[in-house]
Design a protein around this ligand. Structure first.
Ligand code: MN
Length: 332
C-alpha cells in the first residue's frame, strides 16, 4: 500500500479472515503527510496492572511515525517495594521492541536465553521477527525510581519473518548541540548513529534542552516524518509551546527545529521514512492479515513457535480472545 493510504481512523471495524472470522485488530497506516505539520494528539492513559502508562502511539488519527508503531511512556514514579513493572512472558511477531529509560532499571529475559538490565543510557532492542517470547520486570530491590519509554518498530515485509534476536547497547551515542544534547538510541541523527540494528531508516533520540536555552537547533532529516513527546520540563518548538501529555507530529520536510526552554527540558524524538505498508496490530503481534494473527495466537496458546522464558518466576500471559480488540501490551 502507498504511504498516502488513510486508515479507518480508529473505527472498530474488525479485520475479516478468509473464513469470515472476525479478528479485532487495529489497522495502522501512514497518514501521508507531504510537508511540515504541527498536530498535537493527546496521549491516552492506560494501566498495566498497577503501572499507569501514557500511550502516545498508536492513537486515533496517528498510527505510525516512520516505522514506529507503538510508544508508551511510564513514570516518573517512586516506589519502596514490589515491582511497579511486572510483565509475565508473552509473545511477539513482526516487530522490534526498543526500551529506553530515563530513571530506574528494567530486567529483560527472553526465549533465546538473553537477559539484560536496562538502565538510563543503555538501549535494549529485541527483534521478534517470526516469533519470540519475553518478560520484563522491575528488579527487587531496584533503584526506587522508574521512568522510561517502550517503543515498537514495525518490521518491513522483507524482514518481518527473520530469526528473532536480542541486542543490548551499553551506551547510546551523544550528539552535542548548542544548548543541549541528544542521546541517539536508534537510527541516526546528524551523522551520530546508534549501534542498534534496524531495518528501515529511522531515528529515536532523547533530546535534552539546557535551562535558558533559546536557540537549540535540532537537526532533522527532511525525507523523514518526525514526532516529539515532552518527557520533562518546558519547551517550545519554533516559538510554539509544546504541551506535555501530547504527541506532537511534525510531518515531513523539516530540516530542523529550533528549541527553547526556560527551566530545561527532556523530550523524545522519533522519526523515519514513511512506512509504506499497512499493518495489523493485535495484542503483541504486528502482522498483515487476520490469518497470521490467528495462527500466532494459536501457536502461543498451544506452546509452539515462541519458546519459554524459564528465567521468569511465574506463569506466562494468556492471549485474549480473538474477537476482543487486544490493545498492545505497554511493556514491550
Ligand atoms: Mn513485550
Amino acid at each position: 500500500m502507498s504511504g498516502a493510504t488513510h486508515d479507518a481512523d480508529g473505527s472498530a471495524e474488525p479485520a475479516r479472515a478468509a473464513d469470515g472470522e472476525a479478528v479485532a485488530a487495529e489497522r495502522c497506516a501512514a497518514h501521508g503527510a507531504t510537508g511540515p505539520a504541527l498536530a498535537s494528539h493527546p496521549n491516552v492513559s492506560v494501566r498495566l496492572g498497577a503501572l499507569p502508562v501514557d500511550r502516545a502511539l498508536p492513537l486515533r488519527g496517528r498510527r505510525l511515525v516512520g516505522a514506529w508503531c507503538f510508544l508508551d511512556r511510564f513514570g516518573p514514579l517512586a516506589f519502596d517495594a514490589g515491582r511497579p513493572m511486572d510483565v509475565a512472558p508473552h509473545p511477539h511477531i513482526g516487530l522490534q521492541t526498543v526500551t529506553w529509560l530515563l530513571e530506574g532499571e528494567v530486567r529483560h529475559a527472553d526465549s533465546l536465553g538473553a537477559e539484560a538490565l536496562a538502565r538510563p543510557g543503555t538501549v535494549n532492542v529485541m527483534t521478534a521477527g517470526r516469533g519470540i517470547a519475553h518478560a520484563e520486570w522491575t528488579p527487587t530491590p531496584g533503584a526506587g525510581r522508574l521512568h522510561g519509554v517502550q517503543l515498537w518498530v514495525a518490521l518491513p515485509e522483507a524482514q518481518r519473518h527473520v530469526a528473532p534476536d536480542f541486542q543490548h547497547v551499553d551506551e547510546a551515542p551523544t550528539l552535542a548541540l548548542r544548548g543541549g544534547r541528544a542521546r541517539v538510541f536508534s537510527g541516526a541523527l546528524a551523522g551520530v548513529a546508534s549501534p542498534a540494528r534496524h531495518h528501515t531508516p529511522l531515528v529515536g533520540a532523547e533530546v535534552e534542552v539546557d535551562p535558558g536555552a533559546r536557540g537549540l537547533e535540532l537537526p532533522l532529516e527532511p525525507a523523514h516524518e518526525h514526532a516529539v513527546l515532552v518527557l520533562a520540563g518546558d519547551v517550545a518548538l519554533d516559538g510554539h509551546p509544546l504541551a506535555a501529555g501530547h504527541l506532537h507530529y511534525l510531518g515531513l520536510g523539516r530540516a530542523g527545529g529550533c528549541l527553547a526552554s526556560a527551566a530545561g527540558a527532556r523530550l523524545l524524538l522519533v522519526g523515519g521514512a514513511p512506512f509504506d505498508e499497512s499493518v495489523l496490530m493485535w495484542w503483541n503481534f504486528v502482522a498483515r492479515t487476520p490469518e497470521e494473527i490467528a495462527l500466532a495466537r494459536a501457536d502461543w496458546t498451544e506452546g509452539r513457535r515462541f519458546g519459554d522464558v524459564p528465567r521468569y518466576p511465574g506463569p506466562r500471559l494468556e492471549a485474549p480472545p480473538l474477537h476482543r480488540l487486544a490493545r498492545p501490551r505497554p511493556a514491550s
